[in-house]
Design a protein around this ligand. Structure first.
Ligand SMILES: [Zn+2]
Ligand SMILES: [Zn+2]
Length: 242
């Protein structure tokens, strides 16, 4: 195997350079995306939802709110906050009051209403002794006015695999590169495009020529040896053909 010929190493260098550029091409990096809200869109974690709710404790309305809520476990929000990107897009966004509230709205659609009861002992109401409604059983009337941001993952496609397109392109290039190599190798022993010189005697691809500088008639080596040299000038030196 003639692995170290010049065209191959040059081809391989070109291949590496192209790979590098393709792999680092910024347009191929899959962006974080949200999908369109339809009437069938259901609330999921990390959505932003415009809600209207009333909180009852026993016979009294104690709270009445309207606005965009970031759907996330309030404990998580307390630890890491609402993501910057959400605040930028919805400056008046607020955190859900408690985990029970979040669980109560998951799966709802825009326009739907629910009455949601949260018993304090479940640990999903107000758990902090400093909370105004600590220890209370809660009753929410919630109306989902609109799903403002559906952050659910769209059904993944092949295009979502990171670097899928460059990978396919690279594979294509690799295959083309291998085909070119094969053609190169094949053409060494076959007269692929009729470009090679043929033996003066037998017509096969010549691999030597007459060593007489004024003659240089092509021969295959066996013919040249068998016939004791060049038929035309009778020189018996031969030079390998490239
Ligand atoms: Zn021959
Ligand atoms: Zn000759």
């Amino acid at each position: 195997m003639a692995q170290k010929n010049f065209p191959k190493s040059r081809g391989f260098t070109v291949f590496l350079i192209m790979s590098f550029f393709l792999a680092s091409f910024p347009g191929t990096i899959h962006p974080c995306q949200t999908i369109d809200v339809t009437p069938n869109t259901r609330i999921e974690i990390h959505d932003v939802v415009l809600v209207n709710y009333t909180l009852w404790i026993e016979e009294n309305i104690v709270d009445d709110q309207q606005g965009p809520i970031y759907v996330e476990d309030p404990d998580v929000i307390e630890k890491v906050g609402v993501p910057e990107s959400i605040i930028e897009e919805f400056p008046n966004v607020f955190a859900p009051p408690n985990l029970g509230f979040v669980e109560g709205i998951l799966g709802m659609r825009a326009g739907e209403e629910t009455n949601h009861r949260i018993n304090w002992i479940t640990g999903k109401a107000f758990n902090d002794p400093n909370d105004t409604y600590y220890g209370e059983n809660l009753f929410y009337q919630i109306r989902i006015k609109k799903i403002l941001l559906d952050a659910s993952q769209p059904t993944p496609t092949l295009m979502d695999i990171p670097f899928f397109v460059p990978l396919v392109v690279l594979l294509g290039l690799l295959i083309i590169f291998l085909i070119i190599l094969r053609i190169q190798r094949y053409s060494r022993t076959h007269n692929l495009f009729g470009l090679k010189k043929k033996c003066y005697y037998c017509g096969k691809i010549a691999n030597v020529m007459c060593g007489n500088p004024g003659c240089t008639t092509p021969y295959c080596k066996p013919c040249f040896l068998e016939n004791n040299g060049c038929d035309l000038c009778h020189s018996n030196t031969m030079i390998p053909l490239k």
